[in-house]
Write a protein that binds this ligand. Sequence first.
Ligand code: ATP
Ligand code: MG
Length: 770
Amino acid sequence: MPKDYLAYLSSLNNKQQEAACSDISIPLMIVAGPGSGKTSTMVGRILMLLSEGISPSQILAMTFTTAAASEMRDRIGGVAGKAIAKDLMISTFHSFCLQLCRSHAEKLGRTAEFVLFGHGQQRRAIIEAVRLWETEKNKDHVEDIQEGPNFFKEKSKRWQKFVSQAKASGSTSEQHMESGDHIGGSILRNYDEILRSCNALDYHDLISCSVKLLTQFPEVYKECQELWKAIVIDEFQDTSSMQYSLLRILASHNRMTIVGDDDQSIFSFNGADISGFDSFRADFLNYKEIRLNKNYRSTRYIVEAASYLIRNNTKRCQSQNALTDNCSGSKIFVKECYNESAQCAFVIDKIVEITSDGSTAKCSHGNIAVLYRRQVSGKLFQSSFRERRIPFNAHGVAFYRKKVVRAIIAMLKTVSPGCDDGTYRQALKALLHLEKEEKKRVVEHIGKISMTQKCSFLSAATDIFNAKVSGTLKRNQLTQGRKTLSTLNMISKLAHREQSISAVITSVANLIPQKYLLDQRAVIDVDGGKLLNEDNDVRSVLQYLLDDVSDFLATKFTANKLENEAINGDKGCVCVLKEFLDYITERESEHFRSRRSENKDSVTLTTIHQSKGLEWDVVFIVKVNESEIPLLHEFKESMRGTESLVEEERRLFYVGMTRAKKKLFILYVTMNSNWQLLPPSRFLNEIPSHLMETQADFTVKCPERKFAVNPKENAQVNSVVQNEEESFPTNMASVKETDVDYEAPNEALKAWNGDAFLKRFNSEDRAIVS
Ligand code: ATP
Ligand code: MG
């Protein structure tokens, strides 16, 4: 075994070494709590596989995020060398499946250039599927549509959730029909048909189609068996049953290692299923199980508090509570704040204090994170950090949801063969130099013509602008339309002519009218994150996109092979561009994203979901209030039992707490922006007081009452849950409703000592709140 491998393995403890070095032909399960070195052991296991003569290109390592994949590649590269790390297949489930489906697209009724539908395209296809169903139904007069013609369009989110769930569980339109669910069955059938006609697949299809390829096409199975001699999976607890089926088929040679912690399973809304551990035990009978029980990450206070919390969960398969030798550190600091502004001010003051040169335990910005349950809670932090010039990186999917970015992406996508109508609509909207209202009317007019003439949006637009169809558009609108069409044409030529995708993206971004960008400035202002750290203009957006191009090229073509080489080789610019668009669609949808190119010495602002697997010296978890964590509107949305939802939320809080290495701050607010009282989270009651240092001005009680099954009864302070983006991946089953309308607080607040709060609040500091 090479010396560097040995050195790495000997840095592991005995249990970790035993796991990394156990017989590679025996399926291995490593189960352990947070910070116990699971990922570190997985790296050791890969080194072991390499030293046993398995070639890097035959090892498939699955992670859940592209960032985790590139981090793992870097770590292995650090020990085994970049060349070996480059040849390893370290991938997310989705990229792996995307590659498999592209290689065998014709077996799935698609061409290799099929389009990957992200959240927006999926939504548009669903609206179309529902509309088709409505038309069919009206024709047959089977039932009345009581809710009016726009009912299904308005409820498209619910249908999107339905379609995603059906796909995640593998249920087909035929099965829905057979079970008597004719509406669901028809919509699923229409949706699949639309995807087929657009030469597209969505995210769930990638997994189910890969399973189909492996089970129904023996040659694909054989090819994969020959290709992958060993499989290693990190964060196994987040594997869905469909993903597990895929793994089981791939790992029939038994050289499979899974690494996970059921207490950190936080994606059940997306189909993650911890029963995968039991399935593994049942399917791989000669498996070996190793538990790691030492926490290397956090101090005693953090480890103990987290394990007290998680003990309240009844559903725990592995029940691992890792211990730590690290007795240093201080108690968890729990702070009550009047409102979100006061909370933000406290965090900023603390950060300034601990990063200043005079601080006894000086900490760099890069070692600090602020975690929240919902993306919306990060907005105030972003603007305040900007004002106070505190460097930060805001992780989130918001960037790719911005209208201006979506417009650039839509324009780029028009170059891909099989681009859908919605993409043209978006691109056209971005390019039309018309007043907002005027533009809206033109786009609606094209939509109507395409509906009545049953033709695509693009061909309707072409006919209208070239005056082949008599219409109501004014002369200047027609001229604008023709210009826009020729610009779209130019983009296509550009992509075929340019030598690099960076050049194509730069040219395309510059085609967006400055006015359009100004229109979007408000949007950018609200949740711009890093964007507003720099100039608030197209250059910032562009720079951000070009950063992603660099990340993509680094992952795809290795650091020393330039994009130009790739393009001058077998791949044309259009082809590389298409791969890049797939790549960002994937990033847009994944649970966690971070940027390689981001400023390393910046405070991280992110959701708890996205903080998974990461660690920082100092962690602030903010807005730890009832209705935030646990997030109450989940109750209304979910069909699952209330108790299991609370348990999932508890696991989420557990993940948040265990990101901290040295110091953990937990903050909650006493009122929302509507001056409604907010009780602190019930989870704070579950941490023993001797582990906490509390700075609360009032006697605080967290509600202990169990939540009733009827969500209306749970209603209390949720008017705060307003239109917002969630921390969830956009294309998954997790799409959250925005029209949550809960009733006023009553009973639940009785448990909380609001009187004491009000008394004090009325006597002092009222100004702070306003
Ligand atoms: P999570 O469940 O949060 O993903 P994990 O179990 O994967 O955590 P790692 O991220 O691998 O844990 O390790 C946590 C920290 O402990 C890292 O900083 C790592 O470098 C350190 N660590 C792991 N094993 C050892 C060891 N044997 N000796 C010293 N430090 C270790
Ligand atoms: Mg890990």
